[in-house]
Design a protein around this ligand. Structure first.
Ligand SMILES: [Mn+2]
Length: 354
C-alpha cells in the first residue's frame, strides 16, 4: 500500500506549481491509480494534509477494505460541501478532461467562494512513468497476451490446413476466452482480427469474413491483468506470400527493429516516431504509414507519451516509461502489415517485453 502514498505525495508536489490548495480527482483511472479504488462513482479530494474519497453508499464499505487506511471515505451528499469549508479550500484543481460541463456548474454552485483551476494531465504525467509494481504487472499482462497469441495461431493454422470454417469474429471470441483462461481478467480492447484484404484497414472492425487458405492475417490484441493493459500486433504471412507481401513485411520489420533498438531515454517523442518512419519513407511507403509509431500503455491502452509525428510531441522520453512500437504499411484494396511490441525505456537501454 506504500505505493499509493508515494503516488499521492508525488502529486502533492504540484499543488504549489498549479497554485491550488486542493485537487479534486474525478477521472476513474486516476482515482484507481492513486487509491486502488475501482468503483464506478467517486471523487478524490487531496490537500496538503488530507486525502478523502467521496463515494455513494453502495461503495462505502467496499472502499474501506480496498483502499489504504490513511484515506478517509465519505458520502458526498452529506459531507462534500462541509469538508470543503472545514478544510478552508480557496483554490481547487479540477480535471477539465474528465468533469462534464454540467458537473462543473454544480460544483461551482456548491462552493461559490472557491476558485477553480484546471489541472488536467498532471496525474497522467505521473502515470507515464511506471513504478516497479506496475512494470511487473505490465510484463505479466504481455506474457499472457503472447501466450494467448501462440495458442490462437495454432487454431488458425489448423483451420487453414483442414479448410474448416473460421470467421474473424470466431478468432476474436477465442482470444477473449483463451486470455481469460490464462489469467487475464479481460481484454484491454476488442481484438482486431483481419483476414486478407481487410488487413489494409489499420483498425478493421472484425466481422463474418471467412478465412481463406492463402490469406494474410493481422491480429492486434491486448489483455488486462490487475488493471494493466498489454498490446501486441502480429501479421501472419500466408504459406506462399507474394513478392510484394514479403517486401512490405520486411520493411515494417526493419522499421520496428530500428525504433526498438534505438528508442531511449531523453529522446523527444516525435524522434522515436521518425526512427520507424524514416525507414518506411526511404522504402517509398511513407504515405502508407498512416498512424503514429506508438503510445504509452498502462492502466489505459493508450496513454502518455504519444509517439507521433507532430511538433507538439516534444516531451522527452524518460526511464520507466512503457511504450508500444508499432509501425505499419497499408495498401488499400490489397493488404496491410503491422508489427507491434512493447518496450520499457531504461536509463541506457530499452527492454522488450517478450
Ligand atoms: Mn497499440
Amino acid at each position: 500500500m506504500k505505493r499509493f502514498l508515494n503516488r499521492i505525495n508525488n502529486l502533492k508536489k504540484s499543488l504549489t506549481k498549479i497554485k491550488v490548495t486542493g485537487f479534486l480527482v474525478t477521472n476513474r483511472t486516476n482515482i484507481f491509480y492513486l487509491t486502488g479504488f475501482n468503483g464506478s462513482s467517486g471523487s478524490l479530494l487531496i490537500t496538503r494534509t488530507k486525502t478523502i474519497l467521496f463515494t455513494d453508499p453502495r461503495y462505502i464499505e467496499r472502499a474501506k477494505y480496498t483502499i489504504p487506511k490513511f484515506i478517509q471515505v465519505k458520502d458526498p451528499k452529506e459531507e462534500f460541501q462541509k469538508t470543503l469549508k472545514s478544510l478552508r479550500i480557496k483554490n481547487l484543481g479540477f480535471e477539465g478532461n474528465s468533469v462534464t460541463v454540467n458537473n462543473l456548474k454544480k460544483l461551482k454552485k456548491l462552493s461559490s467562494k472557491i476558485k477553480f483551476k484546471d489541472f488536467s494531465g498532471e496525474i497522467e504525467k505521473l502515470r507515464a512513468i511506471k513504478d516497479p509494481h506496475e512494470i511487473k504487472l505490465l510484463k505479466r499482462s504481455q506474457e499472457i497476451n503472447l501466450k494467448t497469441f501462440g495458442l490462437i495461431k495454432k487454431v488458425i493454422q489448423k483451420h487453414q490446413s483442414t479448410g474448416k470454417k473460421l470467421r474473424e469474429i470466431d478468432v476474436v471470441w477465442e482470444i477473449k476466452k483463451v486470455g481469460f483462461d490464462l489469467g487475464a481478467e479481460d481484454v484491454s480492447f476488442d481484438p482486431i482480427v483481419a483476414f486478407g484484404k481487410n488487413t489494409s484497414i489499420p483498425h478493421h472492425d472484425s466481422g463474418n469474413t471467412n478465412l481463406k487458405k492463402n490469406d494474410i492475417i493481422l491480429i492486434d490484441m491486448g489483455m488486462k491483468y490487475k488493471g494493466y493493459c498489454s498490446d501486441m500486433t502480429r501479421t501472419i504471412l500466408p504459406k506462399n506470400p507474394t513478392k510484394l507481401q514479403k517486401e512490405v513485411y520486411k520493411i515494417v520489420e526493419q522499421a520496428q527493429r530500428n525504433a526498438l533498438d534505438k528508442a531511449k531515454n531523453k529522446m523527444v517523442e516525435q524522434k522515436i516516431d521518425s526512427l520507424a518512419r524514416e525507414i518506411i519513407e526511404e522504402a517509398g511507403y511513407g504515405e502508407n504509414f498512416i498512424h503514429g509509431t506508438g503510445h504509452g500503455v498502462g492502466l489505459e491502452i493508450h496513454e502518455s507519451p504519444s509517439l507521433k509525428e507532430s511538433k507538439e510531441n516534444k516531451t522527452r522520453i524518460q526511464p520507466n516509461m512503457v511504450v508500444t512500437i508499432e509501425p505499419g504499411i497499408y495498401l488499400p484494396g490489397k493488404f496491410g502489415v503491422r508489427i507491434e511490441d512493447i518496450i520499457l525505456i531504461g536509463l541506457h537501454k530499452s527492454q522488450i517485453f517478450d
